[in-house]
Design a protein around this ligand. Sequence first.
Ligand code: ZN
Length: 441
Amino acid sequence: MDQQAVAHDLCAFIRTSPSQFQVVQSIRARLEPAGFVCVAEQDPWTVAPGSALIICRNASSVVAVRVGDEVTPESLRFQLVACHPDSPSFKLKAQPEIAGPGGYRRLDVEPYGGMIDYSWFDRPLSLAGRVLVRTACGIESRLYAPDRDLCVIPSMAVHLQRDVNQGFAPNRARDLMPLWSAGALGEGGFVAMVAADLGVEVEDVLSWDLYLANRVPACVWGAADEFVSGPKLDDLQCVHAALCAFGAARNERAVTVFACLDNEEVGSGTKQGALSTLLSDALERLATQLGATREQYLRALARSFLVSADNAQAVHPAHDELYDAHNRCVLNGGPVIKEAASQKYTTDAVSRAVFAEICARADVPCQTYANRSDLRGGSTLGNLSNMQVSVHAVDIGLPQLAMHSAWETAGALDSAWGLAALRAFYEADLRIYGAERVELG
Ligand code: ZN
């Protein structure tokens, strides 16, 4: 794929991935035709050199692994990329309808993560996630993402808030409930709609994890096609680049791992998040299945390397004063190595050198990012995952604007740069000797 084709493929990936549950489905849809087999955590696994497995937890996190043909218990090591499938949105409550005034019906939602509230106003929205339904045998989960727009969060007319352009502070419990009906639908209409969409009886709709979703298709744009915009670029741009790299890479001497861990936007502290046992459970079971002892598994971790891939903040065209003068990144400048003295990013001198060297060898430009020294900046899943599975690690991202807006913007070339860098990482013959020496093959 050329660079533009990768950006267009990202747009297609975003279109099929409106919530973390559909992201997992999109990942499986790309890996399974390539020979990956989905195994359940409750079942026994058979793993051998050459195995290609997908492990899901909660249907919203994925750990996919490919075992190189030459991997032995003695030589075992993991080359991992971690990213996240969730993005800030609004989550539907269990009693979802708000009636009135008049015949209006709105949906009762609460914030999931730290979004830019104003970006959610006055745009067509839909819902996406999963619905639990009653079946003859018990309960079953169904993916739900109707292919139509369902609601809007309407602004107030400027005539009724003359100061709106001097400061905008919507109340999340009052102003951010999307309008869903003007009066045609009555009480219970929401569950009736979901039941009809899923082809089940109204009383068989039991529960849901549903989020507001922006269905406007992501697109490549600009006079020179330099930009890509769409919902959920954080972190689907990294998910897509890492997934493409993982699918294409071959490394017979390592276990390559693609981990997409849910709930980063709300702190990762769930059974399927970066703070959970998902990654360590998967890696340890894998090692055991490959015949490694506990000692060999721990030695494998000491030889392993994690790239935590989560988008980075590119310099804003109107506010370059908010960025460090030198450690800043721009669109289409390639992957960004993020570093913070607070250790909110996992990057240290060893991991920065390793990743920068991999990029250099692959002819991929690479940038550095640090917060302006008097600003706090963001956090990500790398250091949290690293508390559970402690390995050498670097935090990277692709540069973007408008992070956590309902419509984000990035550079159209950076997906291809990210793919090339991560493929080179997966394929590198990485030999790690503590913190003293790393051979790159
Ligand atoms: Zn992110």
